[in-house]
Write a protein that binds this ligand. Structure first.
Ligand SMILES: NC(=O)c1ccc[n+]([C@@H]2O[C@H](COP(=O)([O-])OP(=O)(O)OC[C@H]3O[C@@H](n4cnc5c(N)ncnc54)[C@H](OP(=O)(O)O)[C@@H]3O)[C@@H](O)[C@H]2O)c1
Length: 298
């Protein structure tokens, strides 16, 4: 049984291990890995079979929303769906170009498209895909999402962001949830997560497995350099993998309501489920990781 948390004051209960579906974006988008149709169907159903009840997506993740609609619409009551808005995307012959526009027409169009693709009559959590608070307010976009909420098209309103915009968004206290990047290898939003949670908002962590860290199929040198420089390997005692240590550190954050780990690998999913079932790391281990990483990043 996966641990569950209240998502801030939304009234939603989410599994602390969530799922980030960006990897199911399909061909001609970006990156080198493409998950085929049959595998996407199997994988999405596996996520729900495993008991994960929170899935994050976005209109600019290629065919991801369509796949969630196609393969999970008969199970829509089993999970909470979060998507995004402010996305302008153009399919070129070989790649998907992505931009963000803070404009009423774009936001309205995104919602209509998401509802159609996802085969739903409402979205549980609708998130701005970035944006500064001044721009969102000046363009009347928060009111627009409130209109959607009043008409029952969305239930809760959130934002996915990072510094520098994140601070003003938190200070506004206008959002039910904040989606924020965080891991032991990239901990710079630690205090802001606490600030946002103290305002009563729900916290969704992305990047919570540090893109797989040193065990990633697609390596991220900047993150691996932190792992190496902090000699985190020395803290492993054989009871967990590197990825599990990273994930359990994220799950140990007192305000991690859910972390939307992305994976398209069944064995990685099993590894992540095992880590989630073991839960938070002992505080001494978290503290040792924090100290070593802080010394490297200072
Ligand atoms: N601006 C935004 O709003 C924004 C930006 C980025 C992401 N997101 C959301 O956040 C989600 C997660 O973000 P993310 O993909 O950047 O971060 P992440 O979840 O930390 O990393 C995902 C990567 O980690 C690998 N991985 C997962 N479990 C692993 C394991 N046990 N061992 C080794 N590698 C493992 C996956 O590869 P395998 O498939 O090989 O397992 C995948 O490439 C996305 O899917 C999306 O929903 C939002």
């Amino acid at each position: 049984m996966l641990a569950e948390r209240k998502l801030g004051q939304t009234g939603l209960t989410v599994t602390q291990l969530g799922y980030g579906s960006m990897g199911l974006r399909g061909p001609k988008t970006w990156g080198v890995r493409v998950v085929e149709e049959e595998a996407a169907d199997r994988f999405l159903n596996l996520i729900l079979d495993a008991g994960i009840n929170f899935i994050d997506t976005s209109p600019d993740y290629g065919i991801c929303e369509e796949r969630i609609g196609r393969y999970l619409s008969n199970r829509r009551d089993e999970f909470i769906l979060a998507t995004k808005c402010g996305c302008v995307y153009t399919q070129h012959e070989d790649h998907l170009e992505i931009n963000h526009h803070w404009d009423r027409q774009v936001i309205r169009g995104n919602l209509e498209t998401s509802l159609r693709r996802l085969r739903r009559d409402h979205i549980e959590l609708h998130q701005f895909h970035g944006g500064a608070i001044e721009t969102l307010q000046k363009n009347g976009l928060i009111e627009l999402l409130e209109e959607f909420r009043q008409s029952g098209l969305v239930r809760y309103i959130g934002v996915s962001s990072k510094l520098p915009d994140l601070r003003g968004l938190i200070n506004s206290k206008l959002f039910d949830t904040y989606q924020v990047p965080y891991s032991c290898l990239s901990p710079e939003h630690d205090d802001l997560i606490t600030e946002a949670a103290n305002s009563g908002a729900g916290i969704i962590i992305r990047g919570g497995i540090a893109q797989g860290g040193p065990e990633a199929t697609i390596q991220r040198p900047a993150l691996n350099d932190v792992w190496d420089a902090a000699s985190l390997e020395e803290l492993l005692d054989g009871s967990m993998t590197k990825a599990q240590l990273i994930l359990r550190f994220t799950l140990s954050h007192p305000h991690c309501d859910t972390t939307i780990v992305g994976t398209c690998s069944e064995s990685h999913l099993q590894e992540n489920l095992e880590a989630a079932s073991q839960g938070a790391l002992p505080e001494e281990l978290c503290s040792a990781i924090r100290k070593r990483v802080a010394a490297v990043l200072q």
